[in-house]
Design a binder for this molecule. Sequence first.
Ligand SMILES: Nc1ncnc2c1ncn2[C@@H]1O[C@H](COP(=O)(O)OP(=O)(O)O)[C@@H](O)[C@H]1O
Ligand SMILES: [Mg+2]
Length: 298
Amino acid sequence: MLGAATKRNADALDDRKGRMAESRPASATSTEPTKVPGRRAKTIETRGVNLFYGDFHAVEEVTMTIEPNKVTALIGSSGCGKTTFLRSLNRMHELTPGARVQGEVTLDGEDIYDSRVDPVAVRRLIGMVFQQPNPFPTMSIYDNAAAGLNLNAKKVSKAHKDSVVERSLRGAHLWDEVKDRLDKPGGGLSGGQQQRLCIARAIAVEPEILLMDEPCSALDPVATLAVEDLIGELKSRYTIVVVTHNMQQAARASDVTAFFNLDATGKPGHLVEIGPTEEIFTNPNEKETEDYVSGRFG
Ligand SMILES: Nc1ncnc2c1ncn2[C@@H]1O[C@H](COP(=O)(O)OP(=O)(O)O)[C@@H](O)[C@H]1O
Ligand SMILES: [Mg+2]
């Protein structure tokens, strides 16, 4: 028996299918994203990941596989450790003073916490988009899109930079809106445009993974749909993990959903279950997942 909220989620699933079908070229019949030749998104595996802030145990024993060319949504009530877990996937967690990581995170089998691995290189391969769009406000749109390149490459030709900026802005569905004002400050764009500019900045360096922490929470509904569509398109090139507290967004925009919960305030958050989004929203294995997705708590 579907509750009203579960029904809404199911409608969001249908809505997503409808929109995806509309945006697909008539010739394409498969629901699989087109793979880009010569480039491969990577599988993330976590094993027994525990995350601490000093003595506080924030996330307990997360073991999951995050598949390439799919959007994986992390859902769960506020404070259950979604952001903390996300930040452990690109070694940002350890930037917080006193923060510690236990367990293993691998990218196609390579341990990102191996002592020989450079954390700066890991953060470069794994792009991050934050809750509040954070372009450099006084820097031009062009320089914002190229910002990662300036830091990462010793010498980049102007022609190469131009082509990367255009490709990234096109990839972020922003090019047509900004191509005539590339020299204007990034801070002058609307919120939704700023978030797409941040996505352009993240993809300019050709990351293997994109992590997004509630990327639409500061956006209006129209900008939200634009970013969700963009996320759906980017999965043909990347492994994407999106934190969202918006159930319908998870239903619309993700292929796989991981539900996190905590037993009581002050206790660590943990993974309850992970599975195809459709199953998590309509027929989850755990009672607590069903309670959450049907809006009974959280
Ligand atoms: N910098 C920090 N220092 C100490 N505790 C933190 C810090 N950031 C988050 N926490 C705590 O870790 C837990 C998980 O937080 P967070 O990952 O932000 O949850 P979510 O993103 O699911 O809302 C919460 O109890 C939060 O208060
Ligand atoms: Mg959070």
